[in-house]
Ligand binder design. Structure first.
Ligand SMILES: Nc1nc2c(ncn2[C@@H]2O[C@H](COP(=O)(O)OP(=O)(O)OP(=O)(O)O)[C@@H](O)[C@H]2O)c(=O)[nH]1
Ligand SMILES: [Mg+2]
Length: 265
C-alpha cells in the first residue's frame, strides 16, 4: 500500500519491476534515471554483486506531481531475478502498488518467464495481494534480438486476461518510458481511489476485478498530472551503494529510504 505522510503532505507509490534474471529490469531503471530531469528524480540506489547482478534491489524515486494535494513520487524498484534471492523478492513486493513484469523474449527462456511469473504470484499472495487485483503491465523485452517468442504466444501464456503490454528493447531505451507511463496511468487512479475514494468494505472480489479492468480500459483517457521531463543528453549515472549485513536489514532499509524521500519537500 502506498506510503503516506500527512505531516509533509506527501505520498509514495511503489512500482516494482519483476521478472527473471537478466531480463532487463535494472536496465529499465537506469534508462529512466538517465532521461529524467535531475529535479524530478532522486538518487539511484543499486545493491549489486561485483558482476552487476542485482543483489537486493534497485531503487529510483521520481516525482509524479500532486495527487489530492499530496506531493507524490514513485518509488521504482527492481527485484533480483536470480532464483536464490527469494527472500529479497519477498521483501521488495511488500506494499507494492503496481507491477511491471519484464519478460525476456528469447525463445529458450520461455520457461524461466513462466516460472518467474508464478513466483511473483506466490510472493504477492504471501502479502495477501492478489495478482489479478493489482495494476500490472507486461514488458516483452529484448525485441532487438533474434529467435524471439512471438507476442501472441506471450499473451496467451502470460497474459490471457489481456492486460496492457509493451514490446521493448530496454538496452536502446525503446519502450521503457512507454512502459512507465502505462503503469502510471493504471496505478495512480487506483491508489487515489484506495486512499481517498469512498470506503467499499463490502465490495467482493468480482467487483474489484471489474473495477481494475475498467481502470485499465480507460487508461488512455485518464489524466494523471504526471509530467516526465526527459533530458536531451543522458546524465551520467551516480549510484549510491549500500552494504547490508543480513537479509533482515533489507525491509528496515526499504522503509527508511521511503520515509527519507517522502519527508523531503
Ligand atoms: N540485447 C538486449 N540486451 C538487453 C536488453 N535489456 C537488457 N539487456 C542486457 O541484459 C543484461 C541484463 O540486464 P539487467 O538489466 O542487469 O537484468 P536484470 O533483470 O536487472 O537482472 P537481475 O538483476 O539479475 O535480475 C545486461 O547485459 C543488459 O545490457 C535488451 O533490450 N536487449
Ligand atoms: Mg537487476
Amino acid at each position: 500500500m502506498a506510503f503516506i505522510n500527512y505531516a509533509t503532505k506527501s505520498l509514495a507509490i511503489k512500482i516494482v519491476y519483476y521478472g527473471p534474471g537478466l531480463s532487463g529490469k535494472t536496465t529499465n531503471i537506469r534508462y529512466i534515471y538517465s532521461k529524467m530531469d535531475p529535479d524530478s528524480r532522486g538518487e539511484l540506489i543499486c545493491l549489486e554483486t561485483p558482476i552487476e547482478r542485482t543483489l537486493f534491489f534497485d531503487l529510483l524515486p521520481i516525482r509524479a506531481g500532486l495527487i489530492n494535494e499530496f506531493n507524490t513520487h514513485f518509488q521504482l524498484m527492481t527485484v533480483p531475478g536470480q532464483v536464490f534471492y527469494e527472500a529479497s523478492r519477498k521483501s521488495v513486493v511488500k506494499g507494492v502498488d503496481g507491477i511491471v513484469f519484464v519478460a525476456d523474449s528469447q525463445v529458450p527462456l520461455i520457461d524461466a518467464n513462466l516460472e518467474n511469473f508464478d513466483n511473483l504470484r506466490r510472493n504477492l499472495l504471501d502479502h495477501d495481494i492478489d495478482l489479478n487485483l493489482i495494476p500490472l503491465v507486461f514488458q516483452y523485452n529484448k525485441r532487438d534480438l533474434e529467435n524471439l517468442i512471438p507476442v501472441e504466444t506471450f499473451n496467451s501464456l502470460l497474459n490471457p486476461q489481456g492486460r496492457p503490454y509493451v514490446e521493448s528493447s530496454a538496452i536502446n531505451g525503446d519502450g521503457v518510458l512507454e512502459t512507465l507511463k502505462e503503469i502510471a496511468k493504471i496505478t495512480v487512479p487506483w491508489v487515489r481511489e484506495k486512499l481517498f475514494g469512498e470506503k467499499r468494505d463490502s465490495e467482493d472480489k468480482e467487483e474489484q476485478l471489474r473495477r481494475i479492468r475498467e481502470a485499465e480500459a480507460k487508461r488512455a483517457e485518464v489524466k494523471t498530472e504526471i509530467e516526465f521531463v526527459p533530458e536531451k543528453e543522458a546524465a551520467p549515472i551516480r549510484m549510491t551503494k549500500i552494504k547490508f549485513k543480513t537479509q533482515v536489514d533489507v525491509e528496515d532499509q526499504l522503509e527508511s529510504l521511503a520515509k527519507e524521500f517522502t519527508s523531503k519537500k
